[in-house]
Design a protein around this ligand. Sequence first.
Ligand code: IMP
Length: 185
Amino acid sequence: MTAPRHPFRVLLAHDHLLPRIRELADRIWRDLGPEPPVLVAVVEGARVFARHLRDCLPASLPVHEIRASSYGRGTSSGGDVRVVPIDDLPVAGRDVLLIEDIVDTGRTVAALLAHLDRAGAKSCRIATLLTKPSRRVVDVPLHYTGFEIPDEFVIGFGMDYAGRYRELPDVVIYEPALEQAAWDA
Ligand code: IMP
């Protein structure tokens, strides 16, 4: 299969992402308590990361999904985060592993932690593929982090801009001017 073409600069190539995800999965497995955690992916963005992470774990665990939205069509975060559980999350009394694509200001993860706490989770650890530490507004504990990245808006590997580019295999930097030039060409 040929990789989809795009005009953007690759920040993290697919082949670079996969070994790191395996390392995170190994650490998560080593740190486990007596019971497996409930895996909860923040969709849409974290679905691809969550699938790869789950596939690297030596047990078959379902991935539950939760939705949180603070972005519209833009590339900067709004203050309000809406949390919408997609299924009946079986988190009461359980250890949860929350799986995020990217932590930017930290508001989304903070809202999700509050939600899971209200839902009765015994504990919650966070695995994020990416973090932008320079953008942090709310301090959140990140237990498993794939990569620290600079303050750039990234797409691909499940992450989108206005619903586009999730299918790109690499994490790339979104630049509107490059997109426009590619459309004009
Ligand atoms: P936060 O609440 O500011 O930490 O934003 C976290 C959420 O915003 C993530 O779950 C993503 O959905 C989205 N987000 C933040 N930065 C980016 C980015 O660079 N690309 C794509 N989505 C992003």
